[in-house]
Design a binder for this molecule. Structure first.
Ligand code: AMP
Ligand code: MG
Length: 398
């Protein structure tokens, strides 16, 4: 049986990277960048005026001149005018600094009349004030975005300002989410006392979509060897990733590992020393498809999806790993089994700025209703059995 760390490592080792594709900028949000983006030009590309007002020569101001005849008006997007000595140019935010000008006085500090601008008494100016110097943000050719960046709105601005109408990103994998179990009935269908609502499939799809994996389709299969074989074979044909739930334990109808192996999916591991989710199975198909078979108990399914499937998809998409997060336990926790414990928690922060994890009791790993309002789960090390209030533990947000 693998540890949680070994299982994570084994998945990353076994999974192939997803291909990349070029998408227009308007479809880039949330996608994983697979190229570098470099500055097309210096930023700003010219000495940029940052205030509406007048542009003048600082030396004229320094020599005591306060009244400046207005020579011309220059807007953003105009070619730079050339300033004559002793005069000023009315200037707008975003305009290029006029040739010969080296000081901007804001419009709030002047009075305009009879073709001249008068600066208020007592006003003190500085050389190059309100000028955003050419190249002061970055110079042409600077690497602005690295491969592995998940594209946020600010990154879209960066790509656009680099002059790119499209961008190379990871292809979104086709994912099939397959729930197994004779007892499962879809919402909206009549249900008998001995049956269970199919909730894992919708929840897994929701989690995948929330993390940006939007190409998901669902299926429900009964615990029948022939049906499982036929349908899973189709899914293996059509998808890059399969996420199954149920049927991986020791029950007489837990056919999933057997069926997968018969279909040529090579087992990488079966079982992880963790609770919930110990019976998790993972393998790689003949066409490099990643196959995650998660235990069916709803809390196990969600924790395993978040802990293994989501990071594996991110890794195969080329996402640069982020920094791990930690929280301090807000209460004592005893956990005797020699297993890593994933404990659902709410998060609050105290006045000292410490993030506190408030464990939420789940009544067995079937108790998915208690997960509402949780922010994620903390990870309690396999080696220990008692975790005191204040212990810092790894945190995984949903
Ligand atoms: P299994 O892993 O198939 O042994 O299922 C473990 C428990 O989880 C059983 O009580 C199942 O009824 C329940 N379960 C399995 N799959 C689902 C599902 N898709 N939705 C809700 N409950 C499920
Ligand atoms: Mg089952």
């Amino acid at each position: 049986m693998l540890t949680t760390v070994e299982a994570t490592h084994a998945i990353k080792q076994a999974m192939a990277s997803f291909d990349s594709e070029v998408v227009p900028l308007d479809r880039a949000i949330g996608r994983v960048l697979r190229q570098s983006v470099h500055a097309e030009r210096d930023q700003p590309p010219f000495d940029r005026v940052m205030m509406d007002g007048i542009a003048l020569r600082f030396s004229d101001f320094e020599e005591g001149q306060r009244r400046f005849p207005i020579q011309s008006r220059q807007h953003a997007g105009d070619l730079a005018h050339t300033l004559e000595a002793g005069k000023c140019i009315e200037i707008m935010t975003g305009a290029c600094l006029p040739e010969g000008a080296d000081c901007i006085v804001p419009v709030e500090r002047i009075a305009v009349g009879e073709g001249a601008a008068e600066i208020e008494t007592g006003y003190s100016a500085k050389l190059r004030q309100h000028v955003h110097g050419r190249g002061s943000d970055h110079t042409e050719g600077t690497q602005l975005l690295r491969p592995g960046t998940r594209i946020a709105p600010a990154d879209v601005a960066i790509i656009a300002s680099a002059g790119k109408p499209d961008v190379e990103v990871s292809r979104v994998p086709a994912i099939r989410v397959v729930s197994t179990g004779n007892e499962l009935i879809a919402p909206g269908k009549p249900i008998e006392a001995h049956q269970i609502r199919e909730s894992n499939g919708p929840a897994v799809v929701a989690m995948l979509k929330e993390h940006g994996y939007t190409d998901c389709e669902r299926d429900h299969l009964v615990d029948d060897l022939e049906i499982l074989e036929e349908r899973i074979a189709t899914h293996l044909e059509e998808a890059d990733v399969l996420v199954l739930s149920g049927g991986v334990s020791m029950g007489k109808a837990d056919f999933v590992p057997q069926v997968l192996q018969e279909l040529g999916v090579e087992v990488v591991f079966h079982k992880i020393s963790q609770r919930p989710g110990r019976p998790m199975w993972f393998g790689i198909g003949a066409k490099q498809q990643a196959v995650f078979a998660l235990p069916g108990n709803p809390v196990s399914t969600l924790v395993c999806c978040r802990h293994y499937v989501i990071p594996a998809l991110a890794h195969a998409s080329g996402v640069s790993p982020g920094n791990p997060e930690f929280a301090a336990l807000a209460q004592d926790v005893a956990f005797r089994p020699k297993l890593t414990c994933f404990l659902p928690t709410r998060l609050v922060s105290n006045a000292a700025g410490t993030l506190l994890a408030l464990p939420v009791h789940t009544n067995t790993s079937g108790d998915f209703a208690s997960l509402t309002g949780t922010d994620g789960y903390v990870e309690l090390a396999l080696e220990d059995t008692f975790f005191e209030t204040g212990t810092t533990v790894p945190l995984h947000r949903w």
